[in-house]
Design a protein around this ligand. Structure first.
Ligand SMILES: *[C@@H]1O[C@H](CO)[C@@H](O)[C@H](O)[C@H]1NC(C)=O
Length: 450
């Protein structure tokens, strides 16, 4: 039926692309035909119901996360369900297709001249900063360009358009500094964009990369690269089928995924920790290890009944605080540390293996993080044994890693991090009390009074 049409439309996403040069074609309907205006309306009016775009994006993310979390039925689940970045028996998409595009023209010229990117071109046209970036030949750039199809469902709001700064941030979120051909992207888990955020300690917001079905390259789970490696005089263009929307806060992400996080949400609310974190004035990134409903279930009915009782509330708060890191943002392949020297903001991490101890909100007690990557798979392990089920969730104020086992705070007076596996499965109230008692906030005040 419409397949040939679709193929032709996508293949010709950029006028300069020939059919046989398109590395891979996606025939699926984009689940997240995002709309700038729509998103803006939601941001402006956060109490409103989810906008259609937000609902679609959320739905895609929710489905992916649920799949990952539900598959994780064994205690030693290997990994999240991401496919390896380099499938062993197939050539990664885009490889060997280095000829298309026009190396005599800048990125800006090619976007402007293409019949298939008129909408993005129009946005660029209105923002000199982006225009000159894409026309700049003093440095190389890489840009993800949503095709006109990606904009198709933008509702028409003639009055009250989003402010320029909002569109500017959105455009910057589509651009990377330097040359990022598809093979380089496939060797990454996250990509630093040109959008720097104060709430990330003036570090770049990132994009998340994974390989989907039929070896399509997905950006932020919901946007697929439909034509990659289009060369320009000053870099690369990759056409995508969904607008890349800068992610919301960690808190919002948790609240948007109730089927995964309703217990965690309730805990944040009951203990007041959620509110305290929201009030945090100068956020400069952070890492949240978000326990799923399943993680709480593992603790068993006794522990849950206690933790969620009035009496157990302060214990619950102590437990939650061990899942929150402020000021340091960890991704599989990047780590944003607090600023010491200006030139040392981002720690470029080794591929292969790296380790860091992150100070939690619970008396700075450390969470030991090991990141191992091997042949395109990456595993993040916490405190030696707790494997992250879904990694590199992106938020405007940090990263979110999803875990199916609650992190157990170390003994108050122990140094360093646990050295043997410890897990609370169907534990009693006494076990919880014994471990967490020394950390209680009230207790500390009482001690001071003495
Ligand atoms: C851009 O990349 C090309 C290809 O690697 C390189 O030859 C050129 O020097 C780069 N341009 C700048 C300004 O760095």
């Amino acid at each position: 039926m419409k397949l040939p049409v679709l193929f032709a439309a996508t293949a010709a996403a950029l006028a300069t692309v020939h059919h046989e040069q398109v590395p891979f074609i996606d025939q699926h309907i984009n689940p997240a035909e995002s709309a700038v205006q729509d998103w803006w309306d939601t941001l402006r009016n956060p109490s409103s119901l989810l906008s259609p775009v937000e609902r679609k994006v959320t739905e895609t993310i929710r489905r992916t996360i649920n799949n990952v979390v539900d598959l994780d039925d064994t205690d030693d689940n290997e990994d999240d369900n991401d496919h390896p970045h380099q499938p062993p028996h197939r050539r990664p998409p885009g490889r060997g297709h280095r000829h298309h595009g026009d190396k005599t023209k800048t990125i800006y010229d090619q976007i402007k001249e293409s019949r298939y990117t008129t909408k993005f071109a129009k946005l660029v046209e209105e923002h000199d900063e982006i225009k000159s970036l894409l026309d700049d030949t003093g440095a190389n750039h890489t840009i993800f360009v949503p095709t006109d199809k990606a904009f198709d469902r933008i509702p028409h709001h003639p009055k009250d358009p989003p402010p320029k700064e909002f569109i500017l941030a959105l455009l910057k979120y589509h651009a990377l500094a330097g040359l990022w051909p598809v093979p380089r992207i496939l060797h990454s888990y996250t990509l630093p964009t040109e959008l720097s955020l104060e709430t990330l300690g003036d570090n770049p917001q990132r994009l998340r990369v994974n390989l989907g079905l039929f070896f399509t390259l997905h950006i932020n789970l919901y946007s697929k690269v439909v034509a990659g490696n289009i060369e320009a005089k000053n870099g690369f263009i990759h056409a995508v089928d969904g607008i890349l929307v800068p992610p919301p806060t960690q808190a919002k992400i948790i609240s948007l995924l109730p089927t995964t996080f309703s217990t965690f949400s309730l805990a944040l609310e009951k203990t007041g920790l959620g509110e305290e974190l929201e009030k945090e004035e100068k956020r400069s990134g952070g890492t949240l290890f978000a326990p799923t409903n399943k993680a709480f279930q593992r603790l068993g009915p006794m522990a849950n009944a206690f933790l969620f009782s009035e009496r157990g509330k302060k214990y619950l708060k102590a437990l939650l605080k061990y899942h929150v890191v402020l000021g340091e943002t960890l991704y599989s392949d990047a780590f944003y540390k607090p600023k010491k020297d200006d030139d040392e903001k981002e720690q470029n991490v080794e591929t292969g293996y790296w380790h860091v101890d992150l100070p939690s909100l619970l008396d700075d007690k450390a969470i030991a993080v090991d990141v191992k990557s091997w042949k395109g798979f990456v595993t993040i392990t916490l405190n030696g044994f707790n494997k992250v089920a879904f990694k590199d969730g992106l938020a405007s104020d940090g990263s979110v890693h999803i875990i199916n086992k609650v992190l157990i705070p170390p003994h108050k007076h122990s140094r360093g991090v646990p050295t043997k596996e410890e897990e609370w499965v169907d534990v009693s109230e006494e076990v919880v009390i014994k471990r967490l008692q020394p950390y209680l906030e009230e207790e500390k005040e009482e001690m001071r009074d003495l």
